[in-house]
Write a protein that binds this ligand. Structure first.
Ligand SMILES: Cc1cc2nc3c(=O)[nH]c(=O)nc-3n(C[C@H](O)[C@H](O)[C@H](O)COP(=O)(O)O)c2cc1C
Length: 309
């Protein structure tokens, strides 16, 4: 039986963003893809999302930045990255020789910074799309993340859309009261797809030292601990918008990924699972193929949203 796992992630976009399969790596958990290309054939993946990129290089937060907790990790890396110029100079030329599409995750503190980042990536060979991380603090509006309210989420999306002809994914934060409203605002402002969720605000305390473990005090919780939360938000967001939704949050197995697809996700991202199993994303992909064979499913699209009531 021939299997069709391909997914059009940007159906409203002129060129579209066709992925050979729905499994990608989550930003910040796979570097720029180079290290993992030594571990397994990363070209088999649907797409790679690189580390969050800012206009200037960033050193990140004080150590410690990563702490394990029950069924997950809490991180406060603080967007340590090489900056957009170095990314264009050093990484994009390597990606240009890859079969797997690479999507660049961008982060800014003002709407203008996001627009400048998008403009800088325009026309660069090796970059297939932009993922806009709207979990960053909006410093011109008191520091609340852009993604907590529909207004600023739409504003950032519109500015990025205006600045680039690349397909754009907008990555939502779970730290909002109304995910459907934020998803709708992003879709209306021109997002080609939305991805969710980013990590959930969290903290760990060292009871002997009587202080928070992370140098940044709090951070973002990820891993299996957040999966049911992520799944419910993906279900809700997918019901609210008519653009593709990419599910992320605690996916460690094929079963997890299929749950997200049945909740309405057209594709999935594997994040923290890569830390305990560097080839987790490929294992998930191979498992999806096996599941489709077992269940007699020839096209993945047959099961997208299959669990929606
Ligand atoms: C160490 C670490 C760094 C991350 N860096 C970014 C980032 O730069 N940009 C971003 O949008 N998300 C970032 N994330 C969030 C992940 O991409 C993902 O949304 C989140 O971890 C939930 O998925 P998971 O439970 O599969 O890890 C990071 C997560 C971790 C654990």
């Amino acid at each position: 039986m021939s299997l069709d796992l391909s997914i059009q992630l940007a159906p409203r976009h002129k060129q579209g963003l066709l992925l050979a399969n729905p499994v990608m790596t989550a930003s910040g958990t796979f570097g720029y893809g180079m290290e993992y290309s030594q571990v397994f054939d990363i070209q088999k993946l649907g797409a790679i999302i690189c580390k969050g990129t800012t206009l200037e290089p960033r050193e990140g937060n004080p150590q410690p930045r990563l702490v394990e907790t029950s069924c997950g990790v809490v991180n406060a890396i603080g967007l340590q990255n090489i900056g957009v110029e170095a990314l264009i100079r050093e990484k994009a030329p390597i990606w240009a020789g890859w079969r797997v599409p690479v999507i660049v995750n961008i982060a800014g503190n003002t709407v203008d910074e996001y627009a400048k980042l998008a403009a800088a990536l325009e026309g660069v060979a090796g970059i297939s799309g932009i993922e806009v991380n709207i979990s960053c603090p909006n410093i011109q509006a008191g520091g609340a993340a852009f993604g907590t309210e529909p207004g600023p989420a739409g504003e950032v999306t519109a500015a990025v859309k205006e600045a680039t002809s690349l397909p754009i994914l907008v990555k939502l934060t779970p730290n909002t009261g109304d995910i459907a409203a934020v998803a709708t605002a992003a879709a209306k402002a021109g997002a080609d797809a939305i991805s969710l969720i980013n990590s959930v605000k969290g903290m760990v305390i060292d009871i002997n030292e009587r202080r928070p473990v992370l140098g940044n005090i709090s951070g973002g919780l990820s891993g299996p601990a957040i999966k049911p939360l992520a799944l419910a938000l993906v279900y809700e967001a997918a019901s609210a918008v008519d653009i593709p939704v990419i599910g992320c949050g605690g996916i460690t197995s094929t079963k997890d990924a299929i749950e997200f697809i049945m909740a309405g996700a057209s594709a999935v991202q594997v994040g923290s699972a890569t830390y305990s199993n560097p080839r987790a994303s490929l294992d998930v992909l191979e498992g999806i193929e096996q599941f489709m064979k077992q269940e007699g499913i020839s096209k993945l699209s047959e099961i997208i949203g299959a669990a929606r009531q």
